[in-house]
Design a protein around this ligand. Structure first.
Ligand SMILES: [Zn+2]
Length: 421
């Protein structure tokens, strides 16, 4: 709540004032150089170090990606600040990445998020109907259930897409009366189809807005969801590392969350506007683990034209996101692909990276990069877990490889379906 006041005030800043506001935050961040070796390596640790006098000076920092941070993780960590959580990414990459967050950074991430929700009439803590994954590990599952309860939300697990579950969830929603829906557009779209096909009305739920995230939104999905729930669909763009990066305003443009982040788009090594390039973010409030000029692995465009809503936070368009999202079983059942990330998460000690390809509905081929600790028994157990969670009739092959090739964007898509094409 403390930071929300600051974020709301930042909505009224002019472009120049916003740059000043961000510069001050950057300078504070760099003051942690005594405690963060990575910062000291770049700006120097003595009195005569490299000064950051304007946001353009940020360019002295190299662009870093996930792999670089994983390889130099201890240099990024500020041991003077107590971190309440170490987080890992599941997201769309098959390489586990553990990083640290302190409570101030976490609070700031939430503050910009709730501030953006408020643009659409959603208050912090308002009832949420969540369309998301559910951990398989019993302890983590209990944590998720407890967190949902505390956060005032109900969840439809992306891994149980049966008509029975959809029906149960519909009845739950009718009792719960969520203020808004949140989750993967493909999953909300599936549920919307289910409701429409069975004549289950959702209009009486008075949903204010549907926030979609994590995947590329397809126009058919948007139309379908808006029709079934009589609510506007708005897009959120973010990642586990720095939280919400962009959020759509009521005028239909996605704004960068400027009080918490600077977003650059890089093409051929330089920062560009109105041109497609790599999205690179600098987080302004994370003293415990700085993400400075961090390349997310998505492509986008920063627009020079301002939004008609009057907000000076830059407008961004995201060009590349995930599209193939379901494993199809021999029986034609759909299983959300995040089941792979959640399952392999339980094997991260043994399997460093993975990538699954589905070419027909009878087989699923998964390339895996193993650690030295992995053996055949573990692979057998992993295959059994996958079969149990996806379906017992699909043939799952694990192929051990030395490395896995990335997409053009640098991102490692962990599931590729060649069925649709
Ligand atoms: Zn706007």
């Amino acid at each position: 709540m403390k930071y929300m006041g600051e974020v709301r005030q930042a909505e009224c800043l002019s472009e120049e004032e916003l740059r000043c506001f961000q510069l001050q935050k950057i300078q504070k961040l760099i003051n942690e150089k005594e405690n963060v070796p990575y910062l000291a390596n770049i700006v120097g640790s003595e009195e005569n170090d490299v000064p950051i006098r304007s946001l353009d000076d940020l360019a002295i920092f190299p662009i870093v990606d996930k792999k670089y941070i994983i390889d130099n993780i201890e240099n990024f960590r500020n041991k003077q600040i107590f971190c309440i959580s170490s987080r890992g990414t599941s997201g769309s990459t098959g390489q586990p990445f553990k990083f640290y967050r302190d409570r101030f950074a976490l609070a700031y991430m939430d503050a910009v998020m709730y501030n953006a929700y408020a643009w659409h009439g959603i208050a912090a803590g308002e009832r949420q109907s969540r369309f998301w994954g559910m951990p398989f590990d019993p302890k983590k599952k209990r944590e998720a259930v407890l967190k949902d309860f505390l956060m005032n939300r109900i969840r439809l697990s992306a891994f149980e897409l049966t008509n029975k579950m959809f029906n149960k969830y519909y009845l739950k929603m009718c009792k719960f009366h969520p203020g808004y829906l949140y989750g993967y557009p493909s999953l909300i779209n599936e549920f919307a189809h289910f409701c429409r096909d069975r004549g289950l009305s959702c209009k009486h739920l008075n949903i204010k807005v549907v926030v979609v995230t994590g995947e590329k939104l397809i126009s058919n999905q948007k139309k379908m969801i808006e029709e079934v729930f009589s609510a506007k669909v708005v897009q959120e763009y973010g990642c586990s590392e720095v939280g919400v990066i962009g959020f759509e305003c009521p005028h239909g443009k996605m704004h960068v969350m400027s009080p918490n982040l600077i977003v650059e788009v890089i093409n051929d090594g330089s920062s560009v506007v109105d041109e497609l390039g790599e999205i690179v973010v600098t987080e302004l409030n994370a003293k415990s683990f700085p993400f400075i000029r961090y390349q997310i692995g998505d492509l986008g465009i920063i627009k020079s034209a301002q939004c008609s809503c009057g907000l000076k936070w830059p407008v961004i368009e995201i060009k590349e996101g995930r599209i193939d999202d379901y494993i199809i079983t021999p029986e034609g059942k759909k299983v959300y692909d995040a089941v792979l990330a959640y399952t392999f998460n339980g094997y991260k000690k043994y399997i460093k990276m993975f990538k699954a390809v589905q070419r027909n509905n009878l087989d699923l081929e998964i390339k895996v990069v193993l650690t030295d600790e992995c053996d055949d028994n573990i692979l057998t157990k992993c295959r059994e877990d996958l079969a149990q969670r996806i379906c017992s009739t699909i043939s799952i092959t694990l192929i051990s490889v030395k490395s896995i090739k990335r997409e053009k964007s640098g991102k490692l898509r962990y599931f590729v379906s060649e069925l649709n094409s």
